[in-house]
Design a protein around this ligand. Structure first.
Ligand SMILES: [Zn+2]
Length: 307
């Protein structure tokens, strides 16, 4: 068993981290989570410890100031370890460090919103790893294939489920830690950041963390902060109204654009709930009648100049 201690400066911008007691060096992950969060508030704990253990039921587990990893998820020899191993290991360590903010500093109010911490940690894995190893270009190259495309495969099944799931008993808790929580959570956060604009998204997220630090928060608390951030920009958009359609129901839409010959130079844009098994909608009317993320369900045809 080996403990690696990284005393961390309280100002993230300094990125000055001193490594002590590391017999076998891990990757330069000590600042990764912090860089991912460089636009949010400073690290609040006096230090963070990364502990390698020979056995653990999970790849790693975040605790306030002490994250625990199985050895193969934190120890490597840069002289002989492959790039793919280094990538994998870096992502895991960055993920756990991000949990110091999302999970430890601000904890989901209830298990139904466990995606609030897992989605953010998974999203910032890519941002933080890009900071450490920009040449890997993880966010641009790997997010779409490893996160978005993978979860679309799952969420396109008629047997999928909403990202926010009811949890009534302790035995339900393990069930909610699935790829929908991690990958769809990360994909929705990335989508929202792109829609809001990075700067506005950062301000809303910072406000959320500052307001709820050392406490609990639910998804509506996050939506409210994002809505307020948009309103400060003069954009009256209710983020809760938009995001409830993505989080309280399963699946995602498929958009069809077709040229309407009878209307001349016009196209009709429509959307419907995408499922791989089209017969499933006939078997289950609820599946066919879902409200879709972007109202209105069918957009009015508009004039489009066809070149
Ligand atoms: Zn996690």
């Amino acid at each position: 068993m080996m403990a690696v201690t990284f005393p961390i400066q309280h100002r993230i911008a300094q990125h000055s981290v001193e490594r002590r007691g590391a017999e076998r060096p891990g990757p330069r992950t000590e600042t990764a989570g912090l860089s991912a969060l460089r636009y949010t508030l400073a690290y609040q704990c006096y230090a963070t410890h990364l502990l390698a253990v020979p056995k653990h039921p999970y790849a790693a587990m975040e605790n306030w100031g002490l994250s625990v990893f199985v050895e193969q998820k934190i120890l490597l020899d840069p002289e002989i370890s492959s790039f793919s191993y280094q990538m994998d290991l870096t992502m895991v360590v960055v993920h756990e460090i991000c949990h110091q903010w999302f999970g430890d500093l601000v904890t989901p109010a209830w298990w139904e919103d466990v995606w609030l911490k897992e989605g953010f940690a998974h999203f910032f894995e890519y941002v933080g790893t890009d900071f450490l190893f920009p040449k890997w270009n993880m966010e641009k190259q790997r997010f779409l294939t490893d996160v978005l495309h993978e979860v679309m495969l799952l969420d396109g099944l008629a047997s999928s489920h909403p990202i926010s799931q009811e949890v009534y008993e302790a035995t339900d808790i393990d069930r909610v830690f699935d790829w929908i929580a991690y990958k769809k959570g990360a994909a929705l956060i990335r989508m929202l950041a792109n829609v809001m604009g990075q700067a506005v998204f950062q301000r809303g997220l910072n406000d959320y963390l500052m307001t709820h630090m050392y406490g609990n928060a639910a998804r509506d608390d996050l939506w409210n902060k994002f809505s307020e951030a948009m309103q400060r920009e003069g954009k009256d958009i209710n983020i809760k109204e938009v995001m409830d359609r993505w989080t309280l129901q399963m699946g995602y839409p498929v958009v069809t654009i077709s040229k309407n010959e009878s209307l001349g130079h016009a196209v009709t844009i429509s959307q419907e709930h995408f499922v791989y098994d089209m017969d499933a909608k006939m078997r289950d009317p609820e599946l066919a009648n879902r409200s879709l993320p972007c109202p209105p369900v069918i957009m009015v045809a508009f004039e489009l100049r066809v070149l």
